[in-house]
Structures are given as structure tokens and as C-alpha cells.
Design a protein around this ligand. Sequence first.
Ligand SMILES: *Cc1c(COP(=O)(O)O)cnc(C)c1O
Length: 386
Amino acid sequence: MSEFIPYGKQYITEADIEAVTAVLRSDWLTQGPVIQQFETALASKCHAKHGIAVTNATAGLHLACIAAGLGQGDRLWTVPNTFVASANAGLYCGATVDFVDIDPTTFCMDVDKLAEKLELADKNGTLPKIIIPVHFAGHSCNMQRIGALAKQYGITVIEDAAHAVGGHYKNQPVGCGQYSDMTVFSFHPVKIITTAEGGMVLTNNDALADKLQRLRTHGITRDEHLMTEPSHGAWYYQQIELGYNTRMTELQAALGHSQLQRLDDIIDKRNALAEQYHTLLKDLPITCPTVLDDVRSAYHLYVIQTDNRKQVYDYLKDNKIGCQIHYIPVHLQPYYQNLGFKKGDYPVAEAYYERCLSLPLFPQLTAEQQQRVVATLSQALTTAPV
Ligand SMILES: *Cc1c(COP(=O)(O)O)cnc(C)c1O
């Protein structure tokens, strides 16, 4: 029997293991020097001024929303074709969440629909405070247009780049913040680089960076300028707002920092594997992903579209090929249906969901494994009942 091929998988080297064990032998398991090394290295790699590491991207999105001042009575817009965390961040803050449908080529936020919806919201006095575009599968959204619209209406943009660390848009790294206020990365094991659980918020804004740093550690400050009275001594701190404990550990930061050294190789490998899929799949009756000219995808996912998706999925699973579905539209989750959303609200995301299938894609995927995925997919397409 052939081995199981997962759809995604972490890529851990001996150097990673050494970096983590070095931390275990050091004096600091948390709040030490490595976290800052990781933050500085990733921010610099992405041409951003500040990086704030957190426990996961979900916490990063939440803190980014608080830092942007999101609260009760405010609105946050994102896309239905994403993981639930992008939308939940708004609900955590007591805001109302709404969606903009995706475009059928990149499966990212449809900027024409965004422009229309903003125009209407402006007339009705219901503009959102925050927009969260999602760089689906590692493909950057049309940030230039989103940034221009956000500027026009005075809206904060938080990029959900959970899929896209190492990706590029208009020859700039995702995270550079040219068209947004903050960018959030995820380091979950299936993502591009991992810290087991982990995330980072990048920003070029000093005030937002300060606020994010406080929010991840209880809302506490040691900065005398922010205190209500003179410091009592070197031990003194004040809690000046309500924060959380969403700090990353030194072990995780060491793993992330070590993984970061291979980011370019990882992205090259993912792009090469995607190219190979394009070639191997070109005669099959499926739709392969499209990458726009001004984008270099991080290729977190290789998503094909096919009729008979359920049969194809089951056939692949039965033959030990791990595929996945990204995503069940968020507005169709029962929790969101209870908030008033219903089937038919976002037809492009819903139609896409019926046909999408993510094939195995990770740096260590071998040519033989890839050929087996394609051969099995080809059999699935010829044997699946219509
Ligand atoms: C994985 C993911 C998240 C959440 O990341 P965590 O680090 O697991 O919290 C958010 N948004 C998108 C699009 C994701 O894929």
C-alpha cells in the first residue's frame, strides 16, 4: 500500500531543532532576546518598520482590531472565502461583521464590489472602520485599489496574510505596508513557515506598534511618559488599558527565526511545485489557479476547481491523497447564519466553494508523490460518477 500524502506539512530541519534546544539550555524561555531577533528579522525581510510576535494569527488579528480602535457599534468587512478567524476578530471587539464577495479569478476580495459597497455605505452612514482583505492561497489582493479606497473613506486596512509570508505584490514583499496599516502572518504548521502556534503583526506606524506591544502583555507599560504619576522605582509599571497575554515564547521565536532563514527557498520550492502541477494537469478537465502579473504568490495552497468535487475528494482520500477544502464560506457557518447571513448572499464565494479542492503542496513533496497525486486525480476524474 502506498503512503499517505498530506495536503500540507511542516518542514523542520536539524538547524531548527538546534535553535530550539539552544533556547532550552538558555536562561530565557519567554520574554528574552530571541523574540526580538525574530521580530526584527521578519520585519526587515518584509520592509516593515515594526514586528510584534503573538501567540497566533487569530490573536494578531484581534489585537490589530483593538489597536485600530474597533468597538461596539463599529463595522468590519472581510471576505467570506477565508478561515473564520478573519471575521471573528471583529466580533471579539463587539463590532458588526459584513462581507465583500470574492472575484472569480484570484478568490480574493472583489475590489469592484468593495467600491460599490463603500459608495452605498457612505450614503447610508454605515461605513466600516476596518477592512480585512485576505491574500488567499498566498496570492496578494489588489492592495493598491483597496488602499486607495480605504484612504478615500478613512478606513483602516489590516491584511490577513496568514497564507502569504514571502509572497510579493508589485515587486514589494507582502507585509511592507505600502497600502495598509497592519499585516498579520500565521505560523501554524501548515502555513509557509512555522512556530508550532504563532503569528506576527507588522506595521510602519509607531503608535500602533506601541499599542500592539502593550496589548499583548496585559496593557502594561514601563514608559514613564504614559504613566499617571511619577515612577515609584525601577520595579514600577502601570496598566493603562485592558490587554491580554498573547506573547510568543522564546522557543517558538527561535524556531521561527531559524525557519525564516529558508523563507526564500521555501517560496521558490512552492512556486516550482505549482509550475509542475500546471504542466502535469494541463490536459485534465479542471481549472488551475491563476497568478496575476504583478503578484508572486507564496503558494500556501494549490487550489483546483472541478465538477463532482465531492466524488473527486472522496476518491483521493480513499487513495491516501490528503486534500482539503478552502474554504466553506464563513457566512454559511451556523454562528454567522444566526447573525442574519444566508445562502445566496455571496454567490461567487458559494459557487467557488462547490468546486474547490486544495491538492498536496509543501516543500518536501517529491516528484514521485506529485505524479501520484496527478495520476490519482486523473483516475478520479474518469471514474467519478457525474
Ligand atoms: C490560519 C489562518 C488564520 C489563523 O491563524 P492562526 O495562527 O491559526 O490563528 C487566519 N486567517 C487565515 C486566512 C488563515 O488561513
